[in-house]
Design a protein. Sequence first.
Length: 117
Amino acid sequence: MLKNHALARAISDAAWSEFRRMLEYKAKWYGREVIVVDRWFPSSKRCSACGVVAEAMSLDVRTWTCGCGAIHDRDVNAAKNILAAGLAVSACGAGVRPRPGLVPAGAVGVEAGNPAA
């Protein structure tokens, strides 16, 4: 079905949206947060060392060198940039909650260090 160019995009989008729905459900179940990076975030073209975004490059370019001298494998560089973007969002405190079953020390009516009390 993906070979049919008229249907390929709709089918692929549906599969990814279902995966994301399940991932968000499981994250909520375990008290976690799913952080979504924008679809057009230049993760593979941004230097993970200095932050400069490279000019347009075709998908066949698998390794590139930044002006700062850093040599990047495109996939590894993208993973580093996506991790940094997710950590930046989570560091801002948006939606941060304690893990299920854990109570912050000093909570009212609970002994510090003894969440079962």
